[in-house]
Design a protein around this ligand. Sequence first.
Ligand code: HEM
Length: 563
Amino acid sequence: MASRAIDSFESASQGNSVGFTRSSRTCLATEVYVRPYLSLIFFTHYSLHMAFSTVAYTGLAGVALYVVSHWWNNRIPRGLKRPPGPPGRLLIGNLLDLPKSKEWVTFDRWAKEYGDLCYLSMPGASILFVNSHELAKELFDKRGSIYSGRYQSTVLNDLIKLDWAMVFAQYGERWRRNRTYFHQFFNQTAVENYHDIQLKYTKVLLKRLYHSPEDYRTHVRYISGASILEVSYGIQPMSETDPFIVLSETTIQRATEAGIPGTYLVDIFPFRTKFQTELGQLGEQVIEMLNKPVEVAKNNMRNGRPSMVSALIETFENDPNRPDDYEDLIKHVPGVAYIAAVDTVSAQNEKPSLSLILYTKSNGILLQFFHMMLLHPEVQKRAQEELEEVVGPGALPSFKDFGKLKYVRAIFLELLRCNTVVPIAVPHVLNVDDVVNGYFIPKGTIVFGNSWTLLRSKSLYGPDADKFNPERFLDERTPYPDFAFGYGRRACPGQYFGENSILITIANVLHLFHILPFEGENGPELPAEDHFDSGVILKPKPFKCRIIPRSPGAAKTLEELDH
Ligand code: HEM
């Protein structure tokens, strides 16, 4: 397997974001692919402002770069072939084939048309979709040492200095260490320590739903993130306007916009622009976001309120072999969880945080829960019968009930699977040339596990795999929908925490409330089954519903929560 030092993807990804207007696009995948195209536009635009000779020089250089990078992605060593995929166009390859909305629908069609592997090539990038379970395991697990890279953005990683965050980090020593520490706090056993916090915010949600059910989206966003802030720093945000929430939300939102290739003109311009100054300020805001909550956590620690920060401080204080950069770890490890939570906490911004990807996952699943319960009253009813039997009236479901709440768990698994919340997954990057089933995959290829397609496989989930039907998970042979949490060595390290948050929330909401259609002027209103926004996170568009206590007894329990 040949490994070459340079390829066009790498030079493009390290050469980086270019352009001169703020882009309104909201799809990470598209943003990634569109980069080389923007380079070309930039060359053209730039040329207009220069003398004729410079125009010619710049234009030629741009075209040469473009052609060479396209050729590089298309090179195929003798005896090998390129994986199948949509036929490309001269010079631009598959650039125009990339969907601008509901990407998973197009990716699924390609999977059906081209089979287990589907390949796209364009100047500056090659993309591989992995469409079979066997190959997903083979590439991301068995060949994990070469399929675990991440796309490197100059704006996010170098200029805004978000490179400490595990999700953006290149596969390597720094990523591995951060992940190891993160795992100590979020492994299957460790997350049991957070049951009380998760239950506390579940009760907050119940109270809020009781008093202002019409704001259910705001409530869901708030509680999804509040528990993480408490776990990470011991901070208890009382509302979605808490200063820590606002600080993190505005920082991440700005970083997200800045991270879209084409938003800022950097790298190609050899001198400092006002944009770079702006990015410098944003970088300072990122540092503030990283430092401020740690200061509060240290204070909380003195007042006896534990958190990840206090646990890390205690670990390092007593360790003579502590790493030299332990002070950075004290900030970065909880910081990853913090940025995973911010957008979920905020109620002010309904935009998905596309390039950072993490946000809104639990939030997205919980919103889907309301959506699916509304469309499937029979599922709601069956879960409520189970809750009545296992938990009974007057009590609230707790973590110890999970073993018996088989149907509620089946709902959770079906929510993960059917309209999986990260349908096009978070792409990995292949870091050396590879050969799969006789197909040549060049180094630098962006590799998508095609989660939507994999999780709707009829051979694994039955002939009705494209329908929402929790019953399939009552059969213990139905496989756990693990691709919902990503692939191989980069698979989600927050899985157990996420699972617990969602399970405890849906069990409690179903136990106390009916989720019913909104009564409009023309009768009951129901959102369509695919009432989703486009974006990296699959989230239902806003819809109205009625959330009412299930019985006078449920109303009484809810009243008691206020005291
Ligand atoms: C049920 C909710 C969640 C789902 C469905 C989910 C899904 C995912 C997916 C698909 C990825 C990409 C994996 C890959 O690259 O192959 C990911 C990465 C990640 N998730 Fe989650 N996640 C959830 C909750 C959480 C929570 C609550 C946290 C924090 C406590 C978290 C922290 C992370 C981190 C740090 C990464 C980056 C891992 C890396 O790059 O090595 N996630 N998640």
